[in-house]
Design a protein around this ligand. Structure first.
Ligand SMILES: [Zn+2]
Length: 111
């Protein structure tokens, strides 16, 4: 099959980063030309798109977004993406709990 191509603006607006998803024998190869993507580090562009967020795309091709969804549905990639999203939500909740605990303690320490 041909690759699915998506473009996202670079933060400084000097250009665009290109994301490319291709089906492979082992799953899906999904690359991004942003600095994190090139370094095979955590690239938010791909994660956001895999989670169905399209607001960061330069232009939205609904057919390509649907094709990406079909390509990745039920895959280990999507399990990993959802696990990441759950961990991030749990982290945010834990941080909020921590802040509330600090406020309660500060109030109690005030006598
Ligand atoms: Zn990226």
């Amino acid at each position: 099959m041909t690759s699915l191509i998506f473009s996202v603006s670079s933060p400084e607006g000097e250009g665009t980063y290109r994301m490319e998803a291709t089906k492979t024998s082992r799953g899906v190869r999904f690359t991004c030309t942003c600095p994190e993507g090139v370094a095979q580090a955590h690239c938010e562009h791909r994660i956001a798109l895999l989670l169905g967020e399209v607001g960061h795309l330069v232009s939205v091709d609904p057919a390509a977004v649907a094709a990406l969804s079909a390509l990745t549905r039920g895959s280990p990639l999507m399990h990993a993406v959802h696990r990441l999203a759950q961990a991030e939500a749990a982290e945010a909740e834990a941080r909020a709990d921590l802040e509330r605990a600090r406020q309660v303690l500060a109030t109690i320490l005030g006598g």
